[in-house]
Design a protein around this ligand. Structure first.
Ligand code: ATP
Ligand code: MG
Length: 207
């Protein structure tokens, strides 16, 4: 039985979610089970000021796809903290806002191993590790380089191997643009949402 005095445990899964796919959902579900999290908050990022390499879909589309994808799981919720804040998203701001909203909870920030590599270059890296325990999910094709791996503060970061799902949003967008199926890579409702709103269509001349 759960100890009634136990602090609530809240997972935080940040992402662009353009679109959300089963890799995200499996990673969140694995971490939920492993750490016995009471809930997992999916936090779509805000709209970047400028897009270095590509157009990111409007935040409301990414938010709604995330709501659709998580609706059936009673422990999964979606937070608007990042999309309601102006400007690009920094994880330090996400965690500060969620800490203010949930002062009684322990936060577990869930991230893919690839994204974990970036964290060490963040300007507020030390503060970030104070606000949450980090869980790095290893995924296929994105092994961490040994230098990064050895720099991880092991008391603040747990590496967890999740069932290998070689799915990325980039691949889903590309498939959709090329008219290839994305069924079963993303939840059914998300396929239907993408079709309904014509997301990820090929630019004229691109196909
Ligand atoms: P893109 O291809 O546009 O970069 P993505 O598939 O990497 O998209 P993001 O929204 O950038 O998705 O990722 C959000 C978080 O989920 C990141 O921490 C990322 O490392 C993690 N993640 C993405 N895909 C997987 C996967 N297949 N398995 C486990 N974690 C994943
Ligand atoms: Mg990514």
């Amino acid at each position: 039985m759960t100890d009634p005095a136990r602090r609530p445990r809240v997972g935080v899964m940040g992402g662009t979610f353009d679109p959300i796919h089963h890799g995200h959902l499996v990673a969140a579900s694995e971490v939920q089970g492993w750490f016995d999290l009471d809930e997992v908050l999916f936090v779509p990022t805000g709209q970047p000021y400028h897009k270095p390499d590509r157009e990111v879909s409007p935040a409301e589309h990414r938010y709604l796809m995330t709501v659709i994808a998580t609706a059936a799981n009673p422990r999964f919720k979606v937070s608007r903290v990042d999309i309601d804040r102006d400007g690009p998203t920094y994880t330090i701001d996400t965690l500060r806002d969620l800490r203010a909203q949930r002062p009684e909870a322990d936060l577990f920030f869930i991230t893919g191993a690839d994204a974990l590599t970036d964290i060490f270059s963040w300007r507020d890296a030390d503060d970030v590790f104070e606000l949450a325990h980090f869980v790095g999910c290893t995924r296929p094709g994105s092994d961490m380089d040994p230098a990064t791996l050895s720099a991880i503060p092991h008391e603040r970061v747990t590496m967890l191997e999740v069932p290998a799902l070689a799915i990325s949003s980039t691949d889903c967008r590309q498939r959709q643009a090329e008219g290839q199926p994305i069924w079963y890579l993303v939840p059914d409702g998300v396929v239907q949402y993408i079709t309904k709103h014509g997301l990820y269509a090929a630019e004229p001349g691109e196909k």
